[in-house]
Design a protein around this ligand. Structure first.
Ligand code: AMP
Ligand code: TRP
Length: 332
């Protein structure tokens, strides 16, 4: 059975992009794979963070995973900082990855922007830690949104160089699983920007905790163009906002763009947005309610994470120990 690992940073409330690009696919994959789902809190401190809320955001995100349908009995749900093997392997990978490779990472360029001299060195080596997250379990499948494609390629470059340098085939090849018609959900305010936790405007995203009225208002205000919806999927080209909303609807209904347009092609955005808002409320409200219910008993969620960390460490410890042996460290 293939082993899966994926994760999200606890840097704010999870949004529709996290759900459609990642968690929803995890829920579907957990029946046919052995899975590890991680709250990547080590990654969360690569940029400014609030020490007063990091712990609660970590717990909140774990609760969202469960509320979305992750089964913490069957699969391993844990937070990254609780399993030390990640950092041990990440250090080795810091010494395998090349500056030039990391310099090409578009996410680093986007996140550092004009402030490149001032961002943390952790932000620069962030992809090395991500490679360690996956490879410390010998996971081979990584369900993520489209924005993570380049990081998975880098992880493969790292494992190939490690295997070459240490004359081994220890680390397996990794495959990104980028699934469904909404692998890149765009901002509701600007169809050229991806939906993100860090966007200053809350109107740009649907949070998994938004109530029905907020969802309806955000969709009503979402940017569109003046034309009615096209009759076929080709008609969505060069209409990024229309394409985004149709993609969201398609993903939620488990159909493709063409399927949505068979019903709404030729209709105006007013009608379509009303249907989309109703569908979002139908799918997301139970998740918000379940998250609230779980968080009423923080001890339960913490127990899930504690147990998950133990199970994760049992898998990761022997793998990182073997990597250290291959590198040549003295073992006494
Ligand atoms: P992050 O919020 O950056 O920690 O992302 C966690 C997961 O959600 C990753 O698999 C991302 O690829 C995915 N993701 C984040 N934003 C989006 C988006 N706008 N559309 C689709 N997937 C996304
Ligand atoms: N870099 C990912 C993101 O921001 C989060 C992440 C960290 C991750 N480690 C991972 C995703 C391992 C998949 C596998 O979206």
């Amino acid at each position: 059975m293939q082993r899966i690992l994926s994760g999200i940073q606890p840097t704010g409330v999870p949004h529709l992009g996290n759900y459609l690009g990642a968690v929803r696919n995890w829920v579907a994959l957990q029946h046919s794979h052995e899975c590890l789902f991680c709250v990547v809190d080590l990654h969360a401190i690569t940029a400014d963070h609030d020490r007063r809320t990091l712990a609660s955001q970590t717990r909140d995100l774990a609760a969202s995973y469960i509320a979305c349908g992750i089964d913490p009995q069957k699969q391993i749900l844990f937070h990254q900082s609780a399993v030390h093997a990640h950092v041990r392997l990440a250090w080795i990978f810091n010494c395998v990855a090349r500056m030039g490779w990391l310099n090409r990472m578009t996410q680093f360029k986007d996140k550092s922007g004009k402030d490149r001299e001032n961002v943390s060195t952790g932000l620069f080596v962030y992809p090395n830690l991500m490679a360690a997250d996956i490879l410390v379990y010998h996971a081979t499948r990584v369900p993520v949104g489209d924005d993570q494609r380049q990081h998975i390629e880098l992880a493969n470059d790292i494992r190939a160089k490690f295997n070459h340098d240490y004359e081994t085939d220890f680390f397996p090849e990794i495959q990104a699983m980028i699934m469904g018609p909404a692998a890149r959900v765009m901002s509701l305010r600007d169809g050229s920007k991806k939906m993100s936790k860090s966007d200053a405007s809350d109107q740009s995203r649907i949070n998994l905790t938004d109530d029905a009225d907020t969802i309806a208002l955000k969709i009503r205000r979402a940017k569109t163009d003046p034309e009615p919806l096209p009759e076929s999927a080709e008609g969505l080209e060069n209409r990024p906002e229309a394409r985004n909303l149709v993609g969201i609807y398609a993903a939620l209904q488990d159909i493709d763009h063409a399927g949505v347009l068979r019903e709404y092609g030729g209709k105006g955005f007013g009608t379509f947005k009303e249907a989309l808002a109703a569908l979002l409320v139908e799918k997301l409200s139970p998740i918000a309610a379940e998250t609230r219910r779980l968080l009423a008993d923080p001890g339960y969620v913490d127990g899930v994470l504690r147990n998950g960390a133990q199970r994760a460490a049992a898998l990761a410890d022997p793998i990182v120990a073997e990597a250290e042996r291959l590198v040549g460290f003295l073992k006494v």
